[in-house]
Design a protein around this ligand. Structure first.
Ligand code: F6P
Length: 487
């Protein structure tokens, strides 16, 4: 099988460069090994009609990485517009933040159609396409419209919310019917899967039997595939990284205080304001904890052109400064707040240095930081994970201290419990979580989805939609990139 993986963001993956986003970082090692072609945005845009949309195609492990310049006229409406101002808030149950114009929707559709045309270059009789995430909800249907009959899979990395929230997204019916052009549709958790099925039956009136839905596109299997990490590799990286200069400097600067760490994109779904409020509350309720623990909060700027993100950045900066102003001492800063990205190597070392990992999103698809924090710990003296029960990871990491991120007092108490937890309990909890990570790795996730996609070659027969578009130009590979090694 010739696997083609598609995501908006891709990465060449240098462990020493700042990481950008969980999805791309998670996919890199497995795509690299699989021999698949990974197609995504180059991060640049281009004007006008493009005969050759691929900016670069280069070898990636046993396969290739193919990067497209997306159309300049539609990029903003697609990325900042429909994907991240309508779909992202809805998928994270923030219907109040949904902003969508008709132009944005049209741009989103244009970019999905553009990607479909570009993908035809990699279509072979034995190809299978695996679409990642909410940027490409319409891509499966666009591929079918272009006559693609090969297996198509879709995996959603975010949560899937309650039906009433999705109904707040303009054109939700059309979009979700497009997803049903895929043979296999995967979610992170059972709750996400159930919410999706409930939408299909209640809002679209579709019949579902044993996780298989029948629509105008034929039959699609809906299933749960919780994404994992490579825990052994991350553990080795963390053990080595403790001697990295950034990590050593941090340790030296602590003056015997304990360290709690949070690492997130600066996104309203991550619960950052509530987290800072919880630390504020903890130091207020238990003044003896002042000077005994410092919070290192890394909040990497993200999607800054969108108003809700700009507002959050301002609010959080103000709040951190207020908390530091009230609790700080001449020689102690309660919260070290950094708006920049760090490499995976440095992050692994920081996680291992911290006695408490705070991962408290209001909603999150999986949250791989939670898994990485666990994998990074020293088995002889592991730290404690404080985890939101609304992160997908909570289904698996139930030996973390689970919190409700809306309950500030509860979080404050739980962080204090984490700081005081005796070694035997920390080890017992860590061993149980690590065993789970070892038994559900990213390699298994990838293989299980691809196997299921191969098995799901459901006969679409008469239910297939007719080809409605002219076959597109198939661009000659040679002209793309003189150094490209992909054939
Ligand atoms: O589904 C989540 C995701 O796509 C992950 O890749 C990552 O957590 C984040 O969103 C990245 O967002 P962006 O590509 O907009 O920076």
């Amino acid at each position: 099988m010739n696997l083609v993986v598609v995501s908006n963001r891709v990465t060449r993956g240098n462990v020493n460069e700042p990481m950008t986003g969980g999805l791309a970082a998670a996919l890199l090692p497995v795509v690299e090994k699989s021999g698949a072609i990974w197609v995504g945005s180059s991060g640049r845009v281009r004007d006008g009609a493009q005969k050759e949309p691929f900016a670069e195609i280069e070898a990636l492990g046993a396969g290739a990485l193919a990067m497209l310049d997306l159309p300049a006229a539609h990029y903003g409406g697609y990325y900042e517009g429909f994907a991240n101002s309508a779909l992202w808030p809805a998928l994270h149950s923030r219907a109040d933040l949904i902003r969508a114009s008709q132009e944005d929707y049209l741009s989103y559709r244009e970019v999905n159609a553009f990607m479909a045309r570009a993908l035809l270059r990699f279509k072979k009789p034995d190809s299978a396409f695996w679409i990642q995430d909410y940027h490409f909800l319409a891509l499966g249907a666009e591929l079918r419209d272009l006559g693609v009959t090969q297996p198509i899979g879709f995996f959603l990395h975010t949560p899937w919310p309650a039906r009433t929230v999705i109904e707040g997204v303009p054109h939700h019916r059309e979009l979700i019917k497009s997803v049903l052009a895929c043979d296999l549709i995967g979610f992170q958790t059972k709750d996400d899967c159930e919410n999706f099925l409930e939408y299909l039956s209640s809002s679209l009136g579709l019949g579902i039997e044993d996780g298989v839905v029948t629509s105008g596109h034929g039959r699609s299997r809906i299933a749960v595939f919780p994404i994992g990490i490579d825990p052994e590799k991350f553990a080795r990286q963390a053990a080595k990284a403790v001697s990295h200069p950034d990590v050593s400097r941090l340790r030296r600067s602590l003056n015997g205080e304990k360290l709690a760490i949070g690492v997130d994109r600066l996104d309203y779904s991550k619960g950052l304001v509530n987290r800072v409020n919880a630390f504020d509350r903890m130091w207020t309720l238990q003044p003896a904890l002042a000077r005994t623990v410092t919070l290192l909060q890394i909040a990497t700027p993200s999607r800054g052109a969108i108003e809700a993100y700009g507002n959050l950045q301002g609010e959080l900066a103000q709040l951190v400064s207020d908390v530091n102003g009230r609790h700080g001492e001449v020689d102690w800063t309660p919260i070290r707040y950094l708006n920049k990205g760090f490499s995976q190597t440095v992050l692994a070392g920081l996680f291992r240095t911290a006695q408490v990992g705070v991962v408290t999103p209001l909603h999150d698809g999986m949250n791989l930081v939670a898994k990485e924090y666990v994998a990074a710990q020293n088995p002889a003296d592991p730290g404690v994970l404080v985890l939101s029960k609304f992160a997908g990871a909570a289904d698996e990491l139930d030996m973390a201290l689970l919190v409700n991120p809306h309950d500030i007092d509860g979080m404050a108490r739980t962080i204090a419990v984490a700081l005081a937890m005796p070694l035997h309990e920390r080890r017992m909890r860590w061993e149980s979580m690590m065993a789970r990570l070892r038994s559900h790795t990213i390699q298994q996730w990838f293989a299980e989805f691809v196997d299921a996609l191969q098995d799901t070659q459901i006969n679409r027969g008469a239910a297939m939609r007719p080809v409605t578009t002219e076959p597109p130009t198939v661009w000659p590979l040679r002209s793309v990139n003189a150094g490209a090694r992909y054939h």
